[in-house]
Design a protein around this ligand. Structure first.
Ligand SMILES: [Zn+2]
Length: 126
């Protein structure tokens, strides 16, 4: 399952960063997902929660930000947000909103990144 391997990678990245920063725990994690990453944000969130059990990420707030799809049209040179036929995360049909052409370049929207991690550190004076 796509979400599972992605969730696994995200948990590993977050725990790795936290460990390198001597974190006691992770408070919050922000993940960016593009509209074309073919990921279901709710499923992804659920799997991160499951996989983060007994790690520094356990109990952290998971924030998912969706990145809008941006395209460049090969027919009319339009550049900007895509027109989406189906707002379905599995199979969005992306078209040029100006001329309806489907021969486009995707500029943005395939990303799935850990954007930000908030950690809690032990008091350094302690
Ligand atoms: Zn166009």
């Amino acid at each position: 399952m796509h979400e599972l391997s992605m969730a696994d990678a995200i948990v590993k990245t977050a725990v790795d960063v936290a460990e390198k920063n001597d974190a006691q725990k992770i408070i919050e994690i922000t993940i960016e997902i593009g509209g074309l990453a073919l990921l279901n944000p709710e499923q992804l969130k659920f799997m991160i929660e499951v996989l983060s059990e007994d790690t520094l990420l356990e109990g952290a707030k998971i924030v998912i930000e969706e990145i809008p799809i941006e395209i460049e049209c090969k027919s009319c040179s339009y550049e900007g947000p895509a027109g989406e036929e189906e707002l379905d995360h599995y199979m969005p049909i992306v078209k040029c909103p100006e001329c309806d052409d489907v021969s486009i370049n995707i500029i943005k929207g395939r990303e799935c990144n850990v954007k930000n991690i908030k950690i809690e550190k032990e008091d350094e004076d302690a």
